[in-house]
Design a protein around this ligand. Structure first.
Ligand SMILES: *[C@@H]1O[C@H](CO)[C@@H](O)[C@H](O)[C@H]1NC(C)=O
Ligand SMILES: *[C@@H]1O[C@H](CO)[C@@H](O)[C@H](O)[C@H]1NC(C)=O
Ligand SMILES: *[C@@H]1O[C@H](CO)[C@@H](O)[C@H](O)[C@H]1NC(C)=O
Ligand SMILES: *[C@@H]1O[C@H](CO)[C@@H](O)[C@H](O)[C@H]1NC(C)=O
Ligand SMILES: *[C@@H]1O[C@H](CO)[C@@H](O)[C@H](O)[C@H]1NC(C)=O
Length: 492
């Protein structure tokens, strides 16, 4: 009784602070959580799967950034039933995951692996039978190694044909049940990390770059790889629209890692550089999709190293999506640095002639990206495919900082929707602690803790899982959570 009164008083004293409710969102708004194939599945060498470029990158030591690989990961390949049950209990509307191309088509092209087909059919059926929408990504940093070996993967235009053939198999086999398709995850950061700085698969870069790469060219390849991803996306979308959409009635999009940029100083130089950073980073993908070409400043600064679209390609890419998937984590401050254009070690960063510095997590900064999508890019439908908060893997299950983070971001999104943003869904990254692209198993973002020391890799709900579930089910937040968050002003 006494406890109940305390809670009442806390709630009464803080009007508005805990008013976040699912009812603020449109009735068809989708809430979910995300993972990707290599990061959860494990069973890397089982049932006919062959390596992807991410397997190769990890086994070569993750560019010396951290240890580990996805050989076992969370063993999602064997534990999918258990995981789907956890998702259902949590109250997720949707689960965003990716298909391992080299599990489904081990050589990247040619015969389909029946065991791979069966696994994804099982997973999709399990989700559907629990009332969870599958949102499926076709490529999440994990190109089949065979295609990298044969023609250098995304560097070659041949990839467009093979990607489209792979997409065809996926639409044909799963499209009766999968209504949300994303072609390529994080086109921009995959190109930049994999081909510019070499800190992600396929670890290609110039000798002057950050990582030690055995091949590559940081001056040209990030642009080439992204160009081919855009063409592959447009080609797969055209196929979907021609052959499947009429009967399957699904939606298709592409994913970009969006970043908010703010000027370091209130000077015209920094303000212009901030727009430049936005154009290079976000516009690199968003401009071709919405306007059919790269931003002018990219064409000017990158010159002949930036591939160009033919008229036909440009028409094919423009509006080649039903929705955009955006991932959002960071805000950077920008200061103009035109001198970098004179460097000989030219790559993506010097090309945008600015220095950028990561700012602390700040929930209001996602507005910058959402406002830009609304005002500059035609207010197209958006799914926020990833957003989440990092903590050390083995920190407390009482992850108050994550709850506070999610609550603020979800609140910011509700506010954006009220002011006219066309946001259709929100997915927490990640459903559980997975093998992370930049931190391995050391830093995690999961709602569920994956106990890596347990041979069964048991999943344990963090407090954030319970909070998200209460939010999704429109149940009151646990008093303990309310008081803890309110008491700790240092969080976020
Ligand atoms: C990268 O490509 C550019 C343009 O073709 C060329 O000038 C440069 O020498 C190449 N750099 C390396 C490290 O191969
Ligand atoms: C690159 O290789 C050199 C020589 O083997 C080594 O000293 C250096 O630490 C490596 N750098 C990275 C980022 O792996
Ligand atoms: C930035 O500078 C302009 C012009 O000097 C000034 O009008 C404006 O108030 C400044 N803004 C901030 C946030 O300091
Ligand atoms: C958060 O970002 C907004 C603009 O994006 C800025 O005005 C505000 O000062 C930032 N807050 C913190 C605490 O950094
Ligand atoms: C958590 O991980 C760190 C680094 O791996 C390690 O030093 C620490 O002992 C671990 N703590 C627990 C409670 O396992």
């Amino acid at each position: 009784m006494c406890f109940a009164w305390t809670v009442l008083v806390v709630v009464f004293l803080l009007p508005g602070a805990y008013s976040l409710s699912r009812d603020e969102f449109p009735s068809h708004f989708v809430f979910g959580a995300s993972t990707s194939a290599y990061q959860v599945e494990g069973a890397a060498n089982e049932d006919g799967r062959k390596p992807s470029i991410w397997d190769t990158f990890s086994h070569a030591g993750n560019a010396n950034m951290y240890k580990g690989d996805g050989d076992v990961a969370c063993d999602g390949y064997h534990k999918y039933k258990e995981d789907v049950q956890l998702m259902a209990n949590m109250g997720l509307d949707a689960y965003r995951f990716s298909l391992s191309w080299s599990r489904l088509i081990p050589d990247g092209k040619g015969p389909v692996n029946p065991k791979g087909l069966q696994y994804y059919n099982n997973l999709i059926n399990e989700l559907i039978s629990h009332g969870i929408q599958p949102h499926v990504t076709l490529h999440h940093w994990d190109l089949p190694q065979t295609l990298e070996d044969e023609y250098e993967g995304w560097i070659s235009k041949k990839i467009v044909y093979d990607f489209t053939a792979y997409a065809d198999v996926c639409f044909r086999e799963f499209g009766d049940r999968v209504k949300y398709w994303t072609t390529v995850n994080e086109v921009n950061i995959f190109a930049m990390f994999g081909y510019g700085v070499g800190l992600g698969p396929p670890q290609r870069c110039s000798p002057f770059s950050v990582a030690n790469c055995s091949r590559g060219n940081s001056s040209t390849e990030p642009y080439l790889a992204a160009h081919h991803m855009l063409l592959a996306h447009a080609s797969a979308t055209r196929l979907y629209n021609k052959k499947y959409k009429g009967v399957q009635h699904g939606f298709i999009g592409l994913n970009v890692l969006t970043i908010s940029f703010v000027p370091l100083a209130n000077t015209s130089g920094d303000i212009i550089a901030t727009q430049r950073a936005h154009d290079f980073w976000n516009g690199w993908v968003l401009n071709p999709l919405t306007f059919g070409d790269y931003p002018d400043i990219m064409k000017r600064n990158v010159g002949s190293r930036l591939p160009s679209f033919t008229k036909k390609e440009s028409n094919m890419i423009r509006n080649s999506f039903d929705f955009l998937g955006i991932n959002f984590y960071n805000t950077f401050s920008v200061n103009s640095y035109p001198e970098s254009l004179n460097t000989e070690a030219i790559d993506f960063m010097p090309d945008f002639a600015a220095q950028i510095t990561m700012l602390p997590e700040n929930d209001t900064s996602i507005d910058l990206v959402l406002d830009s999508l609304k005002n500059d890019y035609g207010n197209v439908p958006i799914y926020i495919h990833e957003n989440g908060h990092k903590t050390p893997h083995n920190s407390s299950l009482n992850d108050f900082s994550r709850i506070k983070y999610l609550q603020k971001y979800i609140g910011a999104i509700a506010k954006s929707i009220r002011s006219g943003s066309n946001i259709k869904g929100y997915f927490v990254w990640s459903f559980m602690d997975v093998f992370e692209i930049l931190t391995g198993y050391e830093v995690s973002l999961g709602l569920y803790y994956t106990d890596l020391k347990d041979p069964d890799l048991k999943r344990h709900p963090k407090l954030s899982a319970k909070w998200y579930s209460s939010f999704l089910k429109n149940k009151p937040t646990e008093p303990k959570v309310i008081m803890e968050i309110e008491g700790d002003t240092s969080l976020l």
